[in-house]
Design a binder for this molecule. Structure first.
Ligand SMILES: [Zn+2]
Length: 417
């Protein structure tokens, strides 16, 4: 009798397992995003098509992938489907205004954040344990040349704590997470902060991001900084803050010749919007003159997120208002920052085999107020908004409920999703 029961149980189990395996084979994809305008600048894709995801990777981009092939299907008609946005400059550790990344990044379709110098070699392990390891958002770091990191003016101007060798050594220890060196807020004269950062960058083979005040008596000029001290691939952030770079010649209203020269040499210019670094007069003159930032980033922290609302979609919308084409703005928020940190083989595209980090965006028409860092606004007619975010193959933000069934049709409430 007992043997009989066991046999029946065994038969049922085999039947169930067989059915389950058949279902799996019939549904090779975990998620299918159907019918959106897929914009993937790195692969020159711009058309209405489908994107399928399997095992946390982009599995296929093709027309008319059958809905039956996926366990979950999202209808993205009328929406844009792009690689997850990459914010090259934000603050999630160290800096007094730093914020935990997920709450602000994922609702803005940002799937990758590069922390811009919050930690130095002395504090990186704490950063990793407290933030990087606990975030759903993918986090990389520019390591501050200051050993203690971005913890206030006294530390940030202390040349005694700017050790290129120790900084480079920390990069070597965490190659997967540290993508560059940062120097910021150096309040003294001379080139020590920038030169030690570049020395660390050379030792570790990574780029340097520069945030640098040019004030009277600093002994530095923007032209010399860009041409003599920074290397091709190094990044100057806060490009539209004219106290850091003076991009626009005040007499001619044109982009300075040495800015063009630096770009030709390979220095990259990053937006780094923040609470003080995006000014309508500077940005509009630069863009009128054909000078666009190479990468669009937020410099997100507790002030800029509240007052200027400078998240990635807001920054992209502002660039579009000033004349940047949508395709171009997406490229400068995805593949361009991925290349700047040399991660283009993993993120920044919807190429097959890449990480399934995806943004589903909505281009809205109406009247929208976009604020700059100096208390002025511009009224615009288009805005890009984040509809849905996929991180590592999972839907992590869904403003329009695209992944939700209508409750009356969904059936059983007793089964947990
Ligand atoms: Zn910053």
């Amino acid at each position: 009798m007992a043997a009989n029961l066991l046999y029946v149980f065994w038969m049922r189990l085999t039947f169930l397992a067989g059915g389950f395996a058949a279902l799996l084979a019939a549904q090779p994809y975990d998620l299918l995003i159907k019918g959106g305008r897929v914009l993937d600048p790195a692969n020159h894709v711009d058309r209405v098509t489908d994107v399928a995801i399997a095992q946390k990777k982009i599995a296929r981009v093709a027309d008319d992938i059958p809905a039956a092939d996926a366990r979950k299907v999202l209808n993205a008609h009328g929406l844009l489907v792009t690689p997850g946005l990459i914010d090259l400059h934000a603050h999630v550790f160290g800096y007094e205004g730093s914020i935990f990344p997920d709450d602000s990044a994922l609702p803005a379709c940002t799937t990758t954040i590069v922390d811009a110098g919050g930690a130095g070699w002395r504090t990186f392990d704490e950063f990793k344990a407290k933030v990087i390891d606990r975030s759903r958002t993918r986090i990389y770091a520019f390591l501050n040349i200051v050993g203690h990191g971005m913890v206030g003016p006294t530390f940030e101007s202390d040349t005694g704590d700017m050790d290129s060798a120790k900084t480079a050594e920390k990069v070597q220890q965490h190659r997967g997470l540290i993508v560059g060196i940062k120097t910021a807020h150096f309040g003294r004269s001379g080139w020590t902060a920038i030169d030690r950062s570049v020395a660390a960058g050379k030792l570790a083979g990574v780029p340097v991001m520069v945030d640098d005040k040019i004030t009277t008596g600093s002994g530095r000029t923007s032209a010399e900084k860009l041409i003599e001290h920074m290397r091709p691939g190094d990044i100057h952030t806060h490009v539209f803050n004219d106290r850091q770079l003076e991009v626009i010649d005040r007499y001619t209203g044109k982009v300075q010749p040495w800015i063009w020269e630096a770009r030709k040499k390979g220095v990259l210019f990053d937006l780094g919007h923040g609470a003080g670094s995006f000014l309508w007069p500077v940005a509009s003159k630069a863009i009128e003159d054909g000078f666009f930032p190479d990468t669009i980033s937020t410099d997100l922290h507790s002030s800029s997120i509240m007052i200027q609302q400078a998240d990635m979609t807001n920054c992209i919308s502002k660039m579009m208002h000033l004349g940047m084409k949508l395709e171009d703005a997406i490229a400068r928020s995805t593949i361009a920052p991925a290349k700047a940190i040399r991660r283009q083989e993993e993120i920044g595209t919807l190429g097959v085999g890449r990480a399934a980090d995806i943004a589903v965006l909505q281009l809205q028409n109406g009247v929208f107020a976009f604020k700059d860092a100096w208390g002025k606004k511009a009224l615009a007619q288009r805005r890009l908004d984040c509809a849905l975010t996929v991180r590592d193959g999972a839907v992590v933000h869904d403003a329009l409920g695209l992944a939700y069934p209508e409750w009356r049709k969904a059936g059983n409430y007793e089964v947990l999703p």
